[in-house]
Design a protein around this ligand. Structure first.
Ligand code: CA
Length: 233
């Protein structure tokens, strides 16, 4: 199996750090979270990450100071850095990029945007290292290879079921209405009845075998993909 890209998350707000880490894990990255510059330095001394998400405002040494220090060090010079910050002013952005950051994301950011930035930075630095896989528990979807495995066993899904599963896996633990699924999976240019969604959900469940319990029907609301359902019993 391909090694997952290591992402060092340096963020002192636990809720934001946790949200980022969960999303990274779901999208094929191996995150490590630290809360300040000293811990970040220890982490980098131990093992070089593939990319660093670095909060600007940290207790003690700031993210910008840390980025500057890493850029002059031979060993850390090439590590991609994405600065996270609540500041949005143009001068701050310039200061961040001058300090050696590869990119810059202003809070509040969407996790999809953050993931896109990470992939873009990795693609520029190490094109072979960009994951296109989503992991939810033992269910793994590799979009590039068009493969789905459950507990290491390959599953056979039709193209629509594959797209439907991909969408649900990228947005887990959330209820999606039939109308939303039609819009996001089929596209809004087609006119399909909502019960078509039910037909494909049924086929998807058949194709998923043991993982079918992860697709939950939420009465009167729609469908949800949940990792928790697969770990019970
Ligand atoms: Ca902060």
């Amino acid at each position: 199996m391909k090694k997952l890209p290591r992402v060092l998350v340096v963020e002192d707000e636990p809720a934001i750090a946790e949200l980022i880490a969960v999303n990274l894990r779901h999208n094929g990255f191996a995150p490590t979270v630290v809360f300040d510059a000293e811990a970040a330095q220890r982490e980098v001394d131990a093992v070089l990450p593939d990319v660093v998400l670095l909060d600007w405002m940290l207790p003690g040494k700031s993210g910008v100071q840390l980025a500057r220090a890493w850029r002059v060090d031979e060993r850390t010079r090439g590590v991609p850095i994405i600065l996270l910050t609540a500041r949005s002013e143009e001068s701050d952005k310039v200061q961040g990029l001058d300090a050696g950051a590869d990119d810059y994301v202003t809070k509040p950011f969407s996790t999809q945007e953050l993931l896109a930035r990470i992939r873009a930075v990795l693609r520029r630095r190490a094109p072979e290292n960009v994951p296109d896989t989503v992991h939810i528990g033992a269910l793994v979807l590799d979009a590039a290879a068009h493969r789905v495995t459950w507990q290491g066993q390959e599953l056979r899904l039709g193209p629509t079921e594959f797209r439907l599963l991909h969408y649900l896996m990228k947005h887990p633990e959330r209820v999606h209405s039939r109308a939303t699924l039609l819009d996001r999976v089929w596209g809004d240019h087609v006119f399909i009845e909502e019960r078509t969604v039910d037909v494909h959900i049924k086929r998807l469940r058949e194709g998923l075998g043991g993982a079918a319990v992860m697709i939950e029907t939420v009465r009167g609301a729609g469908y949800r993909l949940s990792a928790a359902a697969a770990t019970v019993g």
